[in-house]
Design a protein around this ligand. Structure first.
Ligand code: AQP
Length: 339
């Protein structure tokens, strides 16, 4: 059976939306983890442009953003010889499988997704301008993952509910039509699974938030990083209260720890009691030091579009047969016609 590949490493799949510059939350929650684990798996990483169009996009900017995200994936350490890196719409099987799932997923399951509720509310309170695609987003996400029979999915903590739904969809399909899909596990990073907004540490850092002081892009120069961290919300205490840091301070410490890989005890002995001014300058220096090589490599990659496009094309060609085989089986199981 196609699912059993005894001599091969387990497959992983993950993706990001090309909805603007990736931020340090995307990096610490997902991308860095992908680069670290890629050699232990058979990795497939996607740029999910079909998810991006669930909200209005400028067509030219969207296409450009796909290549920018691809360059950031590679600049952050994905090795195209090891990891497949492609754009979702290069492989039509994603939407083909998503339709089959749409027809097997109860409406109530999608209605419970908190991210849809939050995003729909942001888009338009009347819901008249909220696209149906936004509601169906988790079904497409399930198709992305199950299409490649991925064993595990490295994501940030905000995707836990969508991952649970993906598992439920796989189990439901397998029960209705016979075992077809691997039920994937969620793989969270140990530190940095949920980076919070700098302006509001009760909300996760997000690409689509408009506030200018909310997030740090992977492409921000040191001066801007310093300014943003300088403006980050802390609390009324003067220095780090290690036992009970406020949410903003806890977020800054998490960002530092995730970038530095320091242990808890190193963190405590260095930061306990440190005044916020000193904390902020250490955090911004750490971020900029880690972003500098990524930015350098990113600029080189963006200057060689021929190479970048070849990586996307070769990767898509490499993984397309896996996707085609899964769709073939799903069609066979559900009785869809093919001559
Ligand atoms: N704040 C975060 N902390 C840790 N991980 C995060 N991720 C996103 N935000 C954080 C992880 O990044 C990956 C890519 O996510 P996505 O592009 O599919 O979109 P998202 O999760 O909806 O991320 P954004 O930044 O909030 O984008 P928009 O605003 O466009 O929706 C995922 O693995 C996610 O867990």
């Amino acid at each position: 059976m196609e699912n059993r590949r005894p001599h091969m490493k387990p497959r992983i799949f993950s993706g990001m939306q090309p909805t603007g510059a990736l931020h340090i939350g995307n990096y610490l929650g997902a991308l860095r983890n992908w680069a670290e684990i890629q050699y232990d798996y058979e990795p497939i990483f996607c740029i999910v442009d079909q998810h991006a169009i669930t909200v209005p996009q400028d067509p030219k900017a969207l296409r450009e953003s796909c290549e920018q995200v691809a360059a950031l994936y590679l600049a952050a350490g994905l090795d195209p010889k090891q990891s497949a890196v492609f754009v979702q719409s290069q492989i039509p099987a994603h939407v083909e499988l998503a339709w089959i799932f749409t027809c097997t997923v109860p409406f109530g399951w999608l209605n419970r997704m908190t991210q849809f509720k939050a995003k729909a509310l942001e888009a338009d309170a009347s819901q008249d301008s909220v696209g149906t695609g936004l509601f169906l987003y988790p079904v497409l996400m399930a198709a992305d993952i199950l299409l490649y029979q991925a064993k595990a999915v490295p994501v940030g903590d905000d995707q836990s509910q969508h991952m649970e739904l993906t598992r439920n969809i796989a189990q439901r399909f397998n029960k209705l039509y016979g075992k077809t899909f691997i039920v994937p596990e969620t793989k969270l990073p140990t530190v940095g699974a949920r980076i919070m907004g700098l302006d509001d540490p009760t909300k996760k850092m997000s690409k689509s938030t408009d506030s200018p002081n909310h997030s740090i892009s992977l492409l921000d120069p040191p001066g801007r990083v310093k300014k943003l961290i300088g403006r980050a919300v802390t609390d009324s205490q003067p220095a780090v209260n290690w036992a009970e840091p406020g949410a903003g301070v806890a977020n800054l410490l998490t960002i530092f720890q995730a970038f530095s890989d320091w242990t808890d005890s190193q963190m405590q002995s260095h930061f306990a009691g440190m005044r916020y001014g000193a904390l902020k300058s250490e955090v911004s220096e750490m971020i900029s030091a880690k972003l500098e090589p990524i930015q350098r490599r990113y600029n080189e990659l963006m200057d060689d579009r021929t190479h970048l496009r070849a990586v996307l094309r070769d990767s898509a060609e490499r993984v397309a047969p896996i996707a085609a085989e899964t769709v073939r089986r799903a069609k066979e199981r559900t009785g869809l016609y093919s001559a």
